[in-house]
Design a protein. Sequence first.
Length: 421
Amino acid sequence: MNRSLYSIALYLISPLLLMYLAMRAFKSKDYRGRWNERFGLMPLKQTDLLVHSVSMGETLAAIPLIKQIQLQHPELSITITTTSPTGSAEVVRAFGSSVQHCYLPFDLAWCAQRFVKQVSPKCCIIMETELWPNFIHYLKQASTQVLLANARLSQKSADSYRKHHKLTVPMLKLLDGIAAQSQQAAERFVALGVAPERVTVCGSLKFDINIDKQRIDIAKTLRLKWLAMDKPVWVAGSVHPGEFDALIAAHKKLLAKYPNALMVMVPRHPEQFDAAALAIKSTGLTLARRSKDEPVRLETQVVLGDTMGELLTFYGAADQAFVGGSLIVHGGHNPLEPAAMGLPVMMGPHYRDFNEITELLASAGGLKVVDSGEALAENLIQLFDNKEAYRKASVAAKGVVEQNRGSLTKQLVVVESFING
């Protein structure tokens, strides 16, 4: 399939896009507005720099990079796009009105063309792997320099790109530069036809996570408020339906050994909050919902972190962490946030989106891969029982983060060459 056939196929399924939005809106109020942005119908100003990130994870990684660009180039007008409400919320929280912000339109040809014509950026930075054929095509028609920053490419994704090479390879060859997260990713891009001189290995921006003292102080105060200074506390972060039962079962097994243990469950998406609460209550566990400011008493067994933007704080208030999207076939989420807090980390076996990072943490001893709720519970108990094993895992997790910092500086060098080029 080439780009023309791809565009025709998208037009044919466009009614399904409306159905998709309607279904998401039914589940979450965050999808009930701003549909005009999804189709490129929002009036926008011309911009010097366009930055596109997908959701919350990519946006959080991009924020330090964008802030450095603002600091070094205050004269530039910047537009930031996302595709999810969680990513959008992080943009608003970090930048307010200092940038122009909207959702990236669907990759329907007329939507992408209208959007690019309005913003007409001189340079575009796309985060990680969010590549859309029509979007890239019309950017290059507008003579925009396009950089793929913090780029990752798993073997599975590379195989998929190769399978659809008539569509994907011409798109990849349009990129003016790629700042890859790893040598493996760089080699995969080159194998797909990207010129080697256009690819630079810079490491992952996610290693440059900044945890300020205020965040740590808030986390300590929160644990004190939860009456949890002398009890085992663990976080199940960024979890999905399909994982709830295994996590609850793991916590019940932990409670059999440590009756005062506290689990903080944080679903990945807001539309999953009520389902998570129902799953917890149906098992008889005592629950406090963070969004309702329900008090955490001595008998409370689970805190439901049904708020946005607090996951890092919850990690700071805990002893161990499980990172979700990994017990189901999803691809996993970022294990570096709890690792940076010095927490031993666990993930399920489905971590393809963070393959290099997960294996780096695991080889250092800071992360354990578990394949079930029972295995998760056993690892939690082992580290709560063995203080020396816990200390070693904690030091290893934090050490991996510290040893791999520096990607921000390297990616800024690449970005500078495009802005000044």
